[in-house]
Design a protein around this ligand. Sequence first.
Ligand code: DCP
Length: 542
Amino acid sequence: MPVAKPESSDSRVIAHVDMDCFYVQVEQRKQPQLRGLPTAVVQYNEWKGGALIAVSYEARKFGIKRSMRGEEAKEVCPQVQLVQVPVARGKADLSGYRNAGSEVVSILARRGRCERASIDEVYLDLTDAAEMMLADNPPQGMETIDEEALKSHILGLNNEDGSDVKENVRNWIHRHNADHRDKLLACGILIVAELRMQVLKETEFTCSAGIAHNKMLAKLASGMNKPAQQTVVPFSSVKGLLDTLPIRKMKQLGGKLGISLQMDMGVNTVGDLLQFPEEKLQERYGINTGTWLWNIARGISGEEVEGRLLPKSHGSGKTFPGPRALKTVPAVQHWLNQLCEELSERLCSDLDQNKRIAHTLTLHARAYKSSDSDSQKKFPSKSCPLRYGTAKIQEDAFNLFQAGLREYIGFYGGKTRGSHCRGWGITSLSVSASKIVPIPSGTCSIAKYFHGQSTSHFSSMQSSDNLNTEATLSLPSGSECYSEVNLSEPKIDFPKEESWIKDTVPDLDLQEQKDLSSTLSEKTQDGFIQEDISPLLLSEPE
Ligand code: DCP
């Protein structure tokens, strides 16, 4: 976890922008007759009407929630419009949502450093733009303030009954005696309101935003008033915001670390953390995590907004729950081929449009063994150097799967190809491409670049390339990974033969791994579609 640099964070202007019911908005733009109606996007699986993955705000008023299935939503609100997620190659096709997210990013990036954090979330560092506005045309002297800015929610602003809320916001923005930090935030209010209006004008999408001095506070604020609104956290309101905030609501505390804080330390709100000295938290959770906890209790976070508009990795995956579990190697190979085809297409368009190449191919799977005492054993994730070309990716992914399967079923001697069910089933499969870097500038042609890189990109199975270890993150389906994982990357020398295949072993401390995976699986961090939420072995009509 990043250790904060408190002194640098107070006078920054950071915004977190989050699209409202994003997939629904994308579908409503395609079918404008759905606008204003209770609408939900359902996953590809049709069982009980498919699980809801995005719900419009009109539908939420009827009590429709993301955890429901289509049939249940219809019971709650018979007029709900259910739109199925687009399908390609027998699985959800998220490309339309991804492209819509890119449209938004290209607008938001116009005013400052922009980090695409997920399929529909962006962080902006607007400090320079705010400083410039303060110098050239400070809000304190503006005669008219934009209506959208006046609708902002400013935490801690006393809106007594009967007072004119917009007038209070106007006065807050106009304050001449405000300190520099609040004056910068006032500029942030105007800039973000303008950007959000621009997004609406150019894309027809609404979004909500949080504006604060750091990423953590901006993210907390963006979800407080939705849809189509913005919330501001002045420095003086940070304590009030955190004091009563349930600890598990904090990013990275939704998982095991949050549970441990509750169970072992009696910490239920972020404010409860304030009672512990930094040393005590370090003693219990390690130096970095302890300091990080001490800092977040005080609203301190030194995490920078990274200038990154493109994903850090590409992934394609599918779940096979209950009776759909894959039980033969050919069935696995069939689906792997579909996933690899999609991955390969995305790699090619990344290469084409952004001149970027990926270096590592990783296979993740979830599996079960029906007659095994060692039921906790996980299917090992495997990676190898990525070779471009659909057939090569398919071949390599299949080899990774076979290596993983041999290890998983504890059968090292024989061949698994063509074998039928030996009491195992695969309930999810995904392939991802990571270590994506730009082709060095000055490279005269892509073909030449690849020739120069032949050991990794067109390598044979006997490649002597070194491999880097990678994080074993639960991989989203059809995903792009936007989040940074700080891993040190020891090089490993391989002996011979199958040594190009490597377990993906994270180089994080245990707590960080747990924390990270819970954060990723919690939400749609990477545009994750859970294609089915029925539990394993639940019977389900085909
Ligand atoms: N998503 C998904 N599977 C999930 C959660 C989300 O496929 N389990 C998709 C659909 C969402 C999109 O990701 O539209 C963004 O997810 P958010 O959590 O940001 O939620 P929404 O944008 O739908 O709604 P909100 O307005 O509450 O942010």
